[in-house]
Design a protein around this ligand. Sequence first.
Ligand code: SAM
Ligand code: SF4
Length: 323
Amino acid sequence: MLDSCGRTINYLRISITDRCNLRCRFCMPEGGVDNIPHKEILRYEEILEVTRAAAELGIDRYRISGGEPLLRRGVESFLQELANQEGTNRVSLTTNGLLLADKVDVLAKAGLNAVNVSLDSLNEKRLKRLCGGGSPTQIIKGIDAAIKASLKVKVNTVLLRPVLSELAEFITFSEERQVPIRFIEFMPLDQETASRTGEEVVPVPELVAALEQLGTLVTEKGPEGCGPSRYFRLAERKATIGIISALSSPFCDTCNRIRLTADGRLKPCLASPVEIDVKSAIRSGATGEEIKKLIRQTIEAKPKAHQLADGEKPQRSMCKIGG
Ligand code: SAM
Ligand code: SF4
């Protein structure tokens, strides 16, 4: 379906949980977040009611996210149902990778096409400081298992100051495995993470300058389904480097997505405070047509561009929206 700016909307990002086994300082407020009570979380059958209606409006690709999506029981069979649903073209997943090694073969068999894995440091101590836990060894085990299972893999790193000291290692990592490494500009979605992370945020030009210290940067065509990332490589090297700069060079003109939160709210844009309550509609017995109407309203509410740089706030931290 086209939105009011003429953009084709064919992509739904689904958060299946707000729970997480990490506490990344750029994503969660200091004391963590209050978990949404289980009964308020959409059941898988309810999510599938939304995706069936979405498919009729032209949505054909889905990303499962969270919180940490691999923590939710039954994700494998949910994914299989979604992948087999009429109209589904691609299902991908965003994960912190800690549980990936154990689950990836089943997920691949269930129909998963691609996985984005967050790896915010290659250094054990630094990762623990940034993310409140985790182990690069375990995450890399998951990445290697996903590559072995023939999934399309991308590695995501939020662009904070400590990353600059690991650039050369990240490039070697990408080169050795032939997976793109993407640096994501920090997005200030809530006040607390924004002020906590403030001094550590690296402006994109500083990243580019640091990369240029390592070699000549050449623009590259991204891999299939490259979404909002701009891609580069270093001349003479084989690493693919992505930069996602939602704040400093927004990609709103080509945005093709809407979102569904774990507690059943449709969101037209990550940054927008607008939320449309599809859960109450489903729980009061809404028909497919009525759910389609809410999805249409969400698509129609998509702003021309986000206003994050001017202080727009979605009133939820990233882990509660599903980044
Ligand atoms: N737990 C999974 C993970 O970490 O990959 C999925 C959910 S997480 C919210 C999705 C993505 O959002 C991750 O790549 C994470 O690094 C990114 N993210 C979280 N907070 C962010 C922020 N404030 N700015 C930019 N990206 C952020
Ligand atoms: Fe959890 Fe992912 Fe947020 Fe880190 S970025 S706290 S792993 S949801």
